[in-house]
Design a protein around this ligand. Sequence first.
Ligand SMILES: C[S@@+](CC[C@H](N)C(=O)[O-])C[C@H]1O[C@@H](n2cnc3c(N)ncnc32)[C@H](O)[C@@H]1O
Length: 252
Amino acid sequence: MAVPYYADDAVALYLGDSRELLPGLGLQVDLVVADPPYGETSLAWDRWPDGWPTLAASVARSMWCFGSMRMFLARGLEFTAAGWKLSQDVVWEKHNGSGFQNDRFKRVHENVLHWYRGDWRDQHRDVPTTLDATARAVRRKQRPPHMGEIGTGAYLSEDGGPRLMRSVIQVRSMHGRALHPTEKPIGILDPLIRYACPPGGLVLDPFAGSGSTLDAARQAGRRAVGIEADERYAEAAAKRLSNLVLDFGGAA
Ligand SMILES: C[S@@+](CC[C@H](N)C(=O)[O-])C[C@H]1O[C@@H](n2cnc3c(N)ncnc32)[C@H](O)[C@@H]1O
């Protein structure tokens, strides 16, 4: 049995290849949050870990996966062959972005796709609502005729009451303060985790990087296990997570 690189009451981080470590951990989790290398460039670190969607399917029935449209079009069959069904896509809109190619639009977003296995009715899905409703709140109380039958009931918002969170979520990127070059901010991870993992439930991040998912899960009152192959990032994640523990200890 592998020994965690870092652990506290809520989170555990392992150093190694998730495809080698995960089977031995004997986990069943409520939610996978995956941010794999997209495998789109020739950079040494940007290698798609073959077979990971199947491995994720062996431990969970719900998964958020970060990626680009190009990545999902190239790899989609790996998800569906592993039994994953797509429920929805969310867009994280960043305040800045990457302009690698000067003949294309500057990319200021990432896609996050929610996948599930089994019956949709068995999924934990706690629809996030915003509290910023104003006079602009939803006035239409009936499903518009063009939508037809799309599944379990429409959400009815009272004027002035909470509204469903929008699928395009604006959160500042970690540019200038990141521990990891592709670090995801807590602000985008938090609603994804709250949506698909019940309070106290267990989240797995097989590509943990800076430990952002573990941090976000812990702050949201969930537990989390992370695996990171690069010791530089595992070390940064452990430091980040232990600092937070000290901070919380002092506040209590
Ligand atoms: C896109 S980054 C994740 C960044 C992370 N979401 C964050 O917010 O910091 C992908 C990470 O997966 C790690 N990685 C790549 N292949 C892996 C594997 N087979 N097992 C575990 N980690 C892996 C890389 O070292 C890298 O840190």
